[in-house]
Design a protein around this ligand. Structure first.
Ligand code: NAD
Ligand code: LMR
Length: 332
C-alpha cells in the first residue's frame, strides 16, 4: 500500500540552496524512493515571483513522488501541518565575512519563525536549521519554541562531516564511501574541530584507522583541519556565492539518516542540544557524533578525547557561548 505523503517545509526556497534542495526532496533523495512528499516552500515577498517560478519548474519536472506544492510568503501557511522543516531562509555571508557576521539579520528571523512552527507544525516535527549562524539560529528557534521537544531541533554540520570524508578520500585515493566515523565537534564555523581520531577506512585487508593509513600527524593536525574549517570560505571565494549543491545534498543526508537510521557501526555529525556529554556545556547546540534509530538521534558515548582534542572541543564551545550572548544582544 502506498505511504501517506510527508509534508516537508523548505524556507528560503527561492534561494540557491532551495533551488538545489527541492528537486532532491521531490526525487526521494531525502526520505526514500517510496515516500511521497508534499513540499511547502516559504520565502519573503520580494522573492515571491522567483518562488512561483520554482513551483512552476517542480510541476514541469513531473516528479512521481511529489503529491503537492505549497508556495507562499505566509509563515503560518508554510508551517501548517509540516512533518519536517528545513530552515534555509536567511542571508548568506559574502567574501571576507565570518558566519557570525550575519547574526543580527538571521537570528531575528529564527525567533519569529519559531512561534509559527510551534503553533502550526505537525506534532513531532523534525527541524533542521541550515541558515547561518546555524547552531545559534537553531538555539534561538529552540528557545522561542519551548513546546517543540529539544530533541527535534538540530542544525547542519553534515556538510562539514562530508567535507572531512572527502578530504581523507582524496588524500588516500580511496572511495569516499569507504571512509567513515570522522567527527565534527562544535560550531559550524572556523572553530569547528574535524576529528579523525576514531575514523576508519574499509580496505581489502579489513578496516584500518585513518591515523594508521595517514601516518602524517602534522598534516592531520594542521592542514586537514584548516581545510575543512575554511572550506565554506574557499567555495565563496571561488564561486562568489556560498556552497549550495553540497549544502542541499548534506541536508538530505542529515534528514535521511535521522528518519531512516544510520548504518550499523557508523556515526554521523549533527548539531544537537548538548546534554553535557564530553563536558560540553549544556544549553548550546553543538555538533556531536550521533547514531540514529527509529527517528531518534543519540550521542555516541565513551570516545577517548586526548589533550589536543580537548582544547579544540573547548575552544569551539567557548565561541558558541559567546555567539549565544551576541544573539541575545541582537534580539534585545
Ligand atoms: P540565498 O540568499 O541564495 O537564499 C536565501 C533565501 O532566503 C532567499 O531567497 C531569501 O529571500 C530567503 N529569505 C530571507 N529571509 C527570509 C525569511 N524571513 N523567511 C523565508 N525566507 C527568507 O542563500 P543560500 O545560498 O541559499 O544560503 C542560505 C543560508 O544557508 C545562508 O544563511 C547560508 O550562509 C547558509 N548555509 C549554511 C550551510 C551549512 O552547512 N550550515 C551551508 C551553506 C549555506
Ligand atoms: C558553508 O559552510 O559553505 C556555508 O556555511 C556557507 C559559509 O558561509 O561558509
Amino acid at each position: 500500500m502506498a505511504k501517506d505523503p510527508v509534508r516537508v517545509l523548505v524556507t528560503g526556497a527561492a534561494g540557491q540552496i532551495g533551488y538545489a534542495l527541492v528537486p532532491m526532496i521531490a526525487r526521494g533523495v531525502m526520505l526514500g524512493a517510496d515516500q511521497p512528499v508534499i513540499l511547502h516552500m516559504l520565502d519573503i515577498p520580494p522573492a515571491a515571483e522567483a518562488l512561483n517560478g520554482v513551483k512552476m519548474e517542480l510541476v514541469d519536472a513531473a516528479f512521481p513522488l511529489l503529491k503537492g506544492v505549497v508556495a507562499t510568503t505566509d509563515a503560518v501557511e508554510a508551517c501548517t501541518g509540516v512533518n519536517i522543516a528545513v530552515m534555509v531562509g536567511g542571508f548568506p555571508r559574502k567574501e571576507g565575512m565570518e558566519r557570525k557576521d550575519v547574526m543580527s539579520k538571521n537570528v531575528s528571523i529564527y525567533k519569529s519563525q519559531a512561534s509559527a512552527l510551534e503553533k502550526h507544525a505537525a506534532a513531532n516535527c523534525k527541524v533542521l536549521v541550515v541558515a547561518n549562524p546555524a547552531n545559534t539560529n537553531a538555539l534561538i528557534l529552540k528557545e522561542f519554541a519551548p513546546s517543540i521537544p529539544e530533541k527535534n531541533i538540530t542544525c547542519l554540520t553534515r556538510l562539514d562531516h562530508n567535507r572531512a570524508l572527502g578530504q581523507i578520500s582524496e588524500r588516500l585515493n580511496v572511495q569516499v564511501s569507504d571512509v567513515k566515523n570522522v567527527i565534527i565537534w562544535g560550531n559550524h564555523s572556523s572553530t569547528q574541530y574535524p576529528d579523525v581520531t576514531h575514523a576508519t577506512v574499509s580496505t581489502p585487508a579489513g578496516e584500518k584507522p585513518v591515523r594508521e593509513l595517514i601516518a602524517d600527524d602534522q598534516w592531520l593536525n594542521t592542514e586537514f583541519i584548516a581545510t575543512v574549517q575554511q572550506r565554506g570560505a574557499a567555495i565563496i571565494k571561488a564561486r562568489k556565492l556560498s556552497s549550495a549543491l553540497s549544502a542541499a545534498s548534506s541536508a538530505c543526508d542529515h534528514i535521511r539518516d535521522w528518519v531512516l537510521g544510520t548504518p550499523e557501526g557508523t556515526w554521523v555529525s549533527m548539531g544537537v542540544y548538548s546534554d553535557g556529554s564530553y563536558n560540553v556545556p549544556s544549553g548550546l547546540i553543538y555538533s556531536f557524533p550521533v547514531t540514529c534509530k527509529n527517528g531518534e538521534w543519540c550521542i555516541v558515548q565513551g570516545l577517548s578525547i586526548d589533550e589536543f582534542s580537548r582544547n579544540k572541543l573547548d575552544l569551539t564551545a567557548k565561541e558558541l557561548s559567546e555567539e549565544k550572548d551576541l544573539a541575545y544582544s541582537c534580539l534585545s
